[in-house]
Design a protein around this ligand. Structure first.
Ligand code: ZN
Length: 376
């Protein structure tokens, strides 16, 4: 924390040191046309029971990602103190104004919360929320889980992910949580330009951190909620926060074997250079080979024109796709990730540890430099 920064303007109506179940708000003063002396009210639940670690569970970092929001609203109203060992802090909608508007970003200042860290107590609403998490909530926690999905414009296979970190023990602890989450897919993400992500704010404080993508399309399904709810429970069990025997006390594995995927470089992404009507030829989870046609884009202004074909730039599995059928310039149409046997260092087929790579080898950092970030 910078000594020059004033305290956060956000105040909590819950007592983070109290035992038991508390439902309350994080209150951020605002002064707008509809409320001169108003406040943004961010719902929060704290469930504490004796000694143990603290978990920070978050959804709604983007307001249109409902798998996490719905799952955490359900958990907040059902989790009992006697089920918990330690403390579970639940914020189902980090960017509450965005969630209330059904949008990815805040209607108050246009802010994308996950591009606003570390935040500023004197900044806009979104930056003030980021600052509160960065300086107040994250320091309280030992482990953090952030629930994302594709929102209105993407659909993504369900996965939990960790990042390559300088601290190998921290990376290993995070990866173990991502695998324990038990989504159908697990991913190791390698990101360079991550300075404004919540992920980075948490990891830079030495915390164990797991992020997820759990569906999309601006909705939820029974299947996506089941994966999310099971994953949150698995996460809490893995890190010792749920008492064995009261809630199902063993990490539950998915029905199918987990698939490990890696995104080694920008060739995973297929981005549109045309506007028009999108036809995807693949379903999420389908295997593809380099050169396969994965999408066609049709000119909607005339009949009789040949569609533009887009092809996979690498072998792999389709892990994300554009959700709306209308597509514009620069939109991501599809993401093809590489299937790997293990996510442990030294096993990845495509993302060697830079420290182990011979100096004559291509620099992995360069290979990643143009890759858009999936940690949405
Ligand atoms: Zn997101």
């Amino acid at each position: 924390m910078s000594a020059s920064q004033r305290p956060s303007p956000i105040s909590a109506t819950v007592d983070f040191d109290a035992q038991g179940v508390q439902h309350g708000f994080l209150k951020l003063p605002i002064s707008i046309d509809t409320s001169a002396w108003g406040a943004v009210m961010i719902p929060i639940t704290v469930v504490a029971n004796g000694e143990g670690p603290t978990a920070l569970l978050t959804g709604g970092n983007h307001g249109d990602e409902y798998e996490g929001i719905t799952s955490l609203l359900k958990l907040a109203s059902t989790l009992k103190a006697e089920d918990v060992r330690g403390r579970v802090i639940i914020v189902p909608m980090m960017n509450t104004p965005a969630a209330e508007a059904g949008k990815r970003t805040s209607p108050l200042d246009g802010g994308n919360l996950n591009r606003s860290f570390p935040g500023d107590p004197n900044g806009g609403v979104t930056s003030q929320i980021a600052d509160y998490f960065n300086r107040v909530l994250v320091p309280m926690c030992d482990v953090a889980l952030d629930l994302h999905s594709g929102g209105r414009t993407l659909d993504i296979v369900p996965f939990a992910a960790a990042h390559r970190l300088d601290d190998f023990a921290q990376e290993s602890a995070s990866l173990a949580g991502a695998v324990a989450f038990g989504a159908p897919y697990a991913m190791m993400m390698f990101e360079l330009d991550a300075t404004k992500l919540y992920d980075t704010a948490v990891e830079s404080q030495g915390k164990t951190f797991v992020t997820t993508e759990l569906g999309g399309g601006g909705t939820s399904t029974p299947e996506s909620l089941a994966v999310t709810e099971r994953g949150v429970r698995n996460f809490l069990i893995h890190y010792g926060l749920l008492k064995t025997g009261l809630i199902e006390g063993e990490v539950k594995a998915p029905n199918e074997p987990m698939i490990y995927v890696d995104m080694p470089d920008a060739s995973c992404y297929v981005q549109s250079e045309h506007s028009g009507l999108l036809e995807l030829t693949l379903t999420l989870g389908d295997r593809v080979e380099q050169g396969d046609v994965i999408a066609r884009i049709y000119d909607m202004t005339r009949t009789g024109a040949e569609p533009v074909e887009y092809r996979a730039q690498r072998d792999g599995v389709l892990i994300a796709r554009r959700f709306p059928a209308k597509v514009g310039m620069g939109d991501t149409i599809a993401v093809v990730a590489e299937v790997v046997e293990s996510l442990e260092r030294g096993h990845s087929l495509s993302a060697p540890n830079p420290a182990e790579a011979p100096s004559s080898a291509p620099n992995p950092a360069e290979a990643h430099s143009s890759a858009p970030k999936l940690a949405e």
